[in-house]
Design a protein around this ligand. Structure first.
Ligand SMILES: Nc1ncnc2c1ncn2[C@@H]1O[C@H](COP(=O)(O)OP(=O)(O)O)[C@@H](O)[C@H]1O
Ligand SMILES: [Mg+2]
Length: 282
């Protein structure tokens, strides 16, 4: 089990007392589980991700919180400003919100691989790191020649899949994916979700926290849901029970915003579409 308890964190600001950004957050996550964290923009999802992955901004104060990962000793998150840096990549891997833009445009994907692997794994040579990346890509059905490409030569969807594979090359116990699909078109979103499912099935990653404001997408990948509102997890449980019988008012509002389009709305879309098609045919 991964056990996270009582995380409280706030940003220091120049103007008066800061608000709590992450409040009393606790949850458990067993191997094989995917925890979907949903909540509107600004509710503290990325801040929580930063705390759990040792990527806290200098102005973020972690007031309290512990993390227990299986056989590892209990970690005091305020002491380490998150998890210890040597956990990054091997025990916890963060796929940050803007991963797609994080790739250096002047470097080939292969140099990203060697950076990730050689920084975190001792005594691995460049060619071993590249071999490892190539065989992982092959195992997951992705082309290996992407390693020689520059980021701009890959589509957004392919770039995101490659970044995901490389960030998890060292088989982390926990992958934290922060809105990994928000910049992708629908078919690339699907491909990334399939890839993550495959990596979970093959136990390349033990467990995942998947952050998104998109509940429909989360119900497709997550086993459990945590609904975050103003820094707090207001509701959590297996996906089906949260979706079927939401207890908190905010969860109900989130779910209501997802209702199927009415027949009338569907008709309107069809009419418009027909209109455009006829226009184009003229
Ligand atoms: N570096 C920062 N300094 C000060 N406040 C920040 C910083 N980053 C985020 N915040 C604030 O913390 C709150 C939570 O932000 P964030 O964790 O990014 O939310 P989410 O990922 O859910 O959109 C927001 O009110 C945001 O404005
Ligand atoms: Mg965010």
């Amino acid at each position: 089990m991964l056990e996270v308890r009582d995380v409280n964190a706030q940003y220091e600001t120049r103007y008066g007392a800061p608000n709590w950004t992450v409040r009393n957050v606790s949850f458990d996550l067993a191997p094989g589980q995917v925890l979907g964290i949903a909540g509107e923009s600004g509710c503290g999802k990325s801040t929580l991700a930063a705390v759990l992955s040792s990527n806290a901004a200098p102005s973020l104060n972690i007031m309290s919180g512990t993390l227990k990962m299986e056989d590892k000793p209990l970690l005091n998150l305020s002491e380490h400003r998150g998890v210890p840096p040597d956990w990054r990549g091997t025990i916890v891997s963060l796929l940050p919100q803007r991963a797609l833009n994080a790739l250096n445009p002047t470097s080939r994907i292969s140099s990203f691989v060697t950076d990730v692997v050689m920084e975190h794994a001792n005594g691995v040579t460049k060619s071993q790191a590249l071999d490892q990346a190539a065989s992982r890509l092959m195992e997951l059905g992705l082309p290996t020649d992407v390693l020689n490409a520059y980021p701009h030569q890959l589509s957004g969807g392919m770039r995101q899949r490659v970044v995901t594979v490389i960030s998890t090359l060292l088989n982390p116990d926990l992958l934290i994916a922060d809105e990994p699909t928000s910049a992708l078109d629908v078919s690339s979103q699907k491909a990334l979700i399939l890839l993550l499912k495959q990596m979970m099935n093959e136990k390349l990653i033990s467990r995942t926290i998947f952050i998104s404001h998109d509940l429909a997408l989360l119900s497709n990948i997550a086993t459990h849901l945590a609904i975050m509102y103003q820094g707090e997890i207001v509701e959590t449980g297996p996906v089906e029970s949260v979706v079927r019988s939401p207890q908190h008012e905010y969860t109900q509002k989130l779910l209501n915003s997802l209702l199927e389009p009415t027949t009338e709305a569907r008709e309107r879309v069809l009419r418009t579409h027909r209109g455009i098609t006829q226009e184009a045919a003229r």
